[in-house]
Design a protein around this ligand. Sequence first.
Ligand SMILES: Nc1ncnc2c1ncn2[C@@H]1O[C@H](COP(=O)(O)OP(=O)(O)OP(=O)(O)O)[C@@H](O)[C@H]1O
Length: 325
Amino acid sequence: MIELDGLRRTYRAKGRPVVAVDGVDLAVRAGEVFGVVGRSGAGKSTLLRCVNLLERPDEGRVTVDGVELTGLAGDRLRAARQRIGMIHQHFALLSSRTAAGNVAFALEVMGVGRAERARRVAELLDLVGLADRADAYPAQLSGGQKQRVGIARALAGRPKVLLSDEATSALDPETTRSILGLLRDLNQRLGLTILLITHEMDVVKRLCDSAAVMRDGRITESGRVTELIARPGSELAAEVFPLGPPPVLPDTTVVDVTVTSDDQPFVADLARRYDLDVRILGGAVEQLAGGRAGRLRLALPGNPEQTAPAVAHLRATGLTVEVPA
Ligand SMILES: Nc1ncnc2c1ncn2[C@@H]1O[C@H](COP(=O)(O)OP(=O)(O)OP(=O)(O)O)[C@@H](O)[C@H]1O
C-alpha cells in the first residue's frame, strides 16, 4: 500500500547539509499498522512527511495505493493527497471553529457541498465517538477529545492511508490507550492502513503489526513485530522488552529467551530434562497487537560450559536464546 524506494532528504542548516533521511526503502502492506521508532533526530518526522509529500524528497520514489506521488504535481497531487489522512501530536485544530467546524473545514477544502458536508461531519464525529461534542470548541475539549476531532478530520477524504505523527505523545496513559483502541478499531473496520511514528513502546505493543527502527536517517531493522522481537540482537526487542544489564552471579549462566506464541513450556522441560533449578530473574510476556511475545531472563545453575547442553537444547527447539555478556 505504501512503498518507499531509495528515499533521501537533505536539509541545509548553517550552510551545512544535514541528511535527515538517508536512502530508505520501506513497504507497508495494505491493512496493516506499521510503526517507525527511533530516537529524537533519527529522521522519523521527515520520513513521514515525505510520504504525503509535505516534504519533497531529493531522491527516491513514494508510491501510495499504486500511485507514484513523486511523479505528480498540481491538482493530481492534491487529489492523491486527499486520500492520505494525517494526525499530529498537537492536534493542529482551528481554535476558532467547533469540533464540527474543524471537520467541515476539511470537507470544504475538498469542495464538498453544504448538505453533504453536514451529513459527513455527523457521520465522522459519530465514528470517533464524539457526536455529543460537535458544538464544543477545541479549548473546551480534553486532549483525547481533540485527537478524536483530528482523526475525524483526517478521515474526511475517505483515505485508505492514515499517517500518524506521535499522535499520543501529548496524552496521559489512559487517554493514550483509548486513542490506540480507536485507531485499531478504525484499522479493522475500515481496512485503514496506518503508518505511524512514535517513541512510545506501548504504541508498538498495542497497535503495530509491523515496525521499523530508524537511526541516523536509515532503517536498521524492519519486519513483523513478533519476528523482530525473536531476532537475535534486535534493538526493537531490547526497547519493547528491556532486560537491562545482566547480574553477575557465581556459578550461574544467565540466558535471555524470547517467547512467541507457539512456544512449548520450555522452563519445565529444561528443569526435567537436565535436572536444573531454573530461576526466572526478570522479563515479561504480553499479548501484543501482532501476537503473544516477550522475553524472559533465566538463571541456570552452573558455568557456561556446564550449561551448554541445556542452552543448545533450548536453541534446538527453535527459541531465540542470548547469553548476555
Ligand atoms: N527544517 C529543517 N531544517 C534543517 N534541519 C532539519 C529540519 N527538519 C529536521 N532537520 C534535521 O533533520 C534530522 C531529522 O529530524 P526529524 O525531525 O525528521 O527527526 P525525528 O526522528 O522525527 O526527531 P523528533 O522525534 O525529535 O522529531 C535532525 O538532525 C534535524 O535536526
